[in-house]
Each structure stands twice: as structure tokens, then as C-alpha cells.
Design a protein around this ligand. Sequence first.
Ligand code: GLN
Length: 442
Amino acid sequence: MTMRSILSGLKETNAKYRMFHAMTEDSDPGDAKFLFSAKDNLTSADMETCSGSKILVGYRPPFDAESIAKMRAAGGKLIGKCNMDEFGFGTFSTNSGLEIPRNPYDLERACGGSSGGSACAAAVFEGHVSLGVSTGGSICCPASFCGVYGIAPTYGRVSRYGLIDYGNSLDKIGVISADAKDLRKYTHIIAGKDAKDPTSCAQPEFKDTGRKLKSVAIPKEGVEGLSKDVEKAFFEAVERLRSMGVDVESIDMPSLKYAMPAYYVLATSEASTNLARYVGMRYGQQEGDHSLKFDDYFSYFRSKYFGDEAKRRILLGTYTRMAGFRDRYYAKALKVRQVVIKDYKRAFETHDAVLAPTMPFSAPRFDDISGMSALDSYKADYLTVPANIAGTPHISVPCGYGSDGMPIGMQFVADHWDEEVLFDAAEEWEKGFEMRKPEVGA
Ligand code: GLN
């Protein structure tokens, strides 16, 4: 696939996979060096940005997110804004107010979430790179369901300027691609301190020291509750790692069990305040009876345009921050976060990375997802949320295929600022891994 052929077939391909909410009209790549796409919660000056929500339909940001600006400055052409769960609230990209992306290996299955459209685009278009965003696992989960590589860098590594916030203390912008080497290349491009985002800190420079992954720790808590297919693929992959000369040790990380409930308290607390700005006055939709009192207008507007999951998270997050409850929930979740960080730090004293499957099962069918409760779907995140609340970098690599042919991923977590060891691990792994690309066509 050349850049030109991707562009000329873009509409047709999208009609099949529904990865993009908004797309370029250009069929000529001009002097672009590469094509890229971005999750639709990153603002883009030339394309509508909705963050998967009906409430933002019509919003055309006047500026590019810093990460998109950097990709363009490096010669990238933005071809599409990727479908996602509304504001990032989900694990399958099915909580979307707009379109739901289809898994390239089986159109009846989900791409994972919430960066589902990004992982889909990375799997479908040859040589493509997509920017994703992870709050609690939204880069690694879809990467594993779509059989591609994905990295969520250390919190603070990439500027969040122009990112439509979900949870400000958790959101991280990263890279998804079918080629492991792209992860290093494009993370280097988008990383760096940015005066426009005070949480993008002064950070150690990337140094390609050639340091190889020598040892991994597998938490016992990280291999519980897996589907048969995931268990089989994961332990075969571990054998292959051993044969590559990596030391593998099983460890206890008891805090992992508490990470999921703590995450949902922290994430919904932050989300509920972030969503307060969508009242039908500043961004996107503004229809309605403007002669109503403020409260009546806001309630009408928010009831109509927020999806069910957004409403659920506003209720949950408002509750956990309420006077009288905040010590019991929010303050306690912050303490759990510290314990999780300590557990990781302990593991990194003796190991280069912590390893577990990325998700406990492979991409589910849409009809199975519709039978899942909100809690079932939250529980599916128990393997991805710990590294996210710790702010540690993590990478998902495809590690095998289930009996139904669906891809399965494993996730390496490294210490803060130690992305290079993850890039090395993914590149070494890729050399001997037989990737089964999905059959694509419009
Ligand atoms: N599934 C998690 C959630 O719904 C993580 C999503 C994300 O990282 N945006 O919060």
C-alpha cells in the first residue's frame, strides 16, 4: 500500500472498519513523509474533534494538540481522527456516541478501548502509526485486541496540551503501530517538556544505550482469571522469552488486587469535574431553548447529549468526592496508588520489567459485550490499570493467537522514564514473532 493508495481508498476502507470519525479529503499525500491518525480526544485544527461524544459534535478546535503538531512538524500527514469510547470511558470502544470501530480480524468483534479506532487503523493500513491515549489501559488493551504494538509512556513524558481530559493525573499520550520500531521512533518525536502543559515535566533524555531486557517478574496476581487461550499463548510466550535468554521469576504483588477499584474511584472523581465544562455554551452543540434558566438549560442539554456511561461516571465521581465520603473513597484510593507504586519499585530493584498478559481474554463479540454489566467491563481492566495509576511506562506486544484466530497480547511494565528497555524488548521480541496480519480490503 502506498500513501496515495491508502488515501484514495480511505472512505471505502473506513466504511468497512469504521476506525475514523473524521477524515482527510485529500487523495494526494503531497510532500508528506508518513501518514498518521490520532484518537479523537486530541484536538486538530483541520478536523472536527468530538472525543467520541455527541455533546461535542460540531466542535472545530482552533489549534492542534502538541502531540499532533509535533507529528506534523516531523513530516506526518494527519489522515483521520479515530473513533473511541465517549471521553475514553470504556474498554471496547462500544460506549461511543458516534461510530464503533470493527476488529480487523473479525468484524463482529470489538477493537478494544478506548483507543479502538487507533489500534484498528494501525492494524489495517500498512506502515501506519496512530496516536492513542491511555488513562487506565486504553492503549495496551486495543493494541492487544487488534494484534499490534502499543506504548503508554511515563506520565508527564508527552505534553497533554490539546488533549480533552479524562483524568488529568492519569492521561498519557502514546503510540500504536504494527511495527515495533515505530514505537521508539514516534515516542521520541512527541515526547518532551512543554511550557503549555505544566505536568509535562523536565525529563531524562531518551538514550539508546542498547540496554537489553534481561529479567522479568511475573506477578502471581497477574496470571489469575485468564481465559484458556490467553493462558496458553502467554505461557508459550514466556518460554520463548526464556529461550531468548531472559530470566523469568514469579513474584507477589498483592496491591494489584486493589488497583482496579482504586482506579475507578480516582478516574471517575477526575472525570466528573472535567465534564462540568460541557453545558452547551462553549464547545460543540449549543441547541436548545436559551431562554431557560441556567440550571434547566444545562440539565436539558447534558441529559440529551451525554451517553449512559458518561452519566454513570459523573454520578460515581461526584459521590466519591462528596464531603463525608471523600476520606472513605478518594483519599483511600490515593493511598492505594502509593502502595502500588511501592510494589512496582520493589520489583524494579531486581528486574527490568514486570510482565503479564495485557487483557484476560481476546477481543469479545459485540453481542457478548451487550450482555456485560458496567462492573463486568471495569473488572476486565485489572491487568492494565496498575501501571496506569503508577504512571509507569508500559508496552503491549502481540504474543500469540487464540483457537479462534484472535490476537493476544502481553504487557511489559518498566520503571518511570525507562521506556528504552521496553522498546528494546518489543524489537527483540518482534524479530522472532510470526505475526499473522488480518486480511484487509475495502
Ligand atoms: N477502561 C478504562 C476506563 O474505562 C480505561 C480507559 C482509558 O484508558 N481511557 O476507564
